[in-house]
Ligand binder design. Structure first.
Ligand SMILES: NC(=O)C1=CN([C@@H]2O[C@H](COP(=O)(O)OP(=O)(O)OC[C@H]3O[C@@H](n4cnc5c(N)ncnc54)[C@H](OP(=O)(O)O)[C@@H]3O)[C@@H](O)[C@H]2O)C=CC1
Ligand SMILES: O=C(O)[C@@H]1CCC=N1
Length: 275
């Protein structure tokens, strides 16, 4: 499948917020010409205005052209009104790519009057091309549609295709929300260091640097499993071994807590889909 965006037609991004803008930078870097990207947002924030000005992008209040690709990146709670706003602009050639959590292909199809839909769940590391995305093609998305969607998503990082739409609730629970879990881990590590007696700023620097370093090591060493990388830190009868007896204790260890966390995410994703 192609990963270059130079051949893609006009892309209209509806919702120039955190997720939309995280993806837009990657599209431009992957060859989408600035004149082919339109941001639609009635109240663009300062970061969006600065990004648009830097790259010479047009910002519109409404979709005012027929897009080749319409990317939906608004909150699920307002999706119905957004359907009504954008539906008139959708033509036969328009492919809809949604990053909206929880909103089903069936509901989008009914709201937008098209079946050419790819539903996806990216994450915010997309901003630096290190995102992870799950994607499900709608029943009428053809091979060319999938190629276009994949090219857009690959500009944001890794793409994983699924055949079963409900799997996207699971993708949301693991990788969609996942960066928040990792950032909270940094907060928790820094708080622990502070409680042990380190100055606040030093503890945060150590915690942040550790997660950055550990992630970079995992990135650089794809052969080693996470478990092996953990074992490499854990000297027999040493200090980490004692620490991990707490973090990995059964049944209250991090694995169970993470499972409960992901279950809560999955449940909310399902609930939002039924609102
Ligand atoms: N953030 C994340 O990590 C991820 C988010 N997502 C999904 O991405 C979507 C957007 O989330 P996120 O970027 O975090 O949210 P944001 O609130 O940052 O972005 C949504 C943007 O849409 C704008 N907006 C509101 N109404 C309209 C409208 N009628 N037309 C066009 N734009 C409009 C909002 O403006 P205003 O703020 O003024 O209302 C805002 O700028 C959600 O569906 C979420 O589920 C998916 C994966 C990860
Ligand atoms: O919190 C949310 O609803 C979105 C979906 C995944 C990440 N952010």
């Amino acid at each position: 499948m192609s990963s270059t965006l130079s051949g893609v037609g006009t892309v209209v991004l509806v919702g120039a917020g955190k997720m939309g803008m995280a993806m837009a930078g990657g599209w431009l870097e992957s060859g989408l010409q600035a004149e082919k990207l339109v941001l639609v947002d009635p109240t663009p924030g300062d970061a969006t205005l600065a990004f648009a000005s830097k790259h010479g992008l047009r910002i519109a209040e409404r979709v005012d052209i027929e897009p080749s690709v319409l990317v939906l990146a608004v909150k699920p709670q307002i999706i119905q009104s957004v359907f009504e706003q954008v539906k008139p602009a959708i033509g036969e050639k328009t492919l809809v790519v949604s990053v909206v959590a929880a909103i089903s292909i069936e509901r989008m199809s009914a709201g937008l009057g098209t079946n050419r839909i790819v539903r996806t769940m990216p994450n915010t590391p997309a901003q630096i091309g290190k995102g992870v995305t799950g994607a499900v093609p709608g029943p009428a998305a053809n091979a060319a549609d999938r190629d276009i969607a994949e090219a857009l998503l690959m500009a944001a990082g890794d793409v994983n295709w699924f055949n079963t739409e409900s799997d996207l609730d699971l993708v949301t629970a693991v990788s969609g929300c996942g960066p928040a879990y990792v950032f909270h881990l940094v907060e928790a590590m820094a708080a622990a260091g502070e409680r042990l007696g380190l100055p606040e700023d030093v503890s945060m620097r150590l915690a942040r640097g550790t997660v950055i370093g550990a992630a970079a090591l995992m990135d650089a060493d794809r052969e080693s499993s996470a478990a092996l990388l953990r074992q490499n830190v854990t000297s027999p009868n040493g200090v980490t071994a004692e620490a991990l007896k707490v973090l990995m204790r059964d049944p209250d260890g991090l694995t169970d807590l993470m499972f409960e966390t992901a279950q809560a995410a999955k449940a909310r994703s399902e609930e939002l889909g039924h609102d």
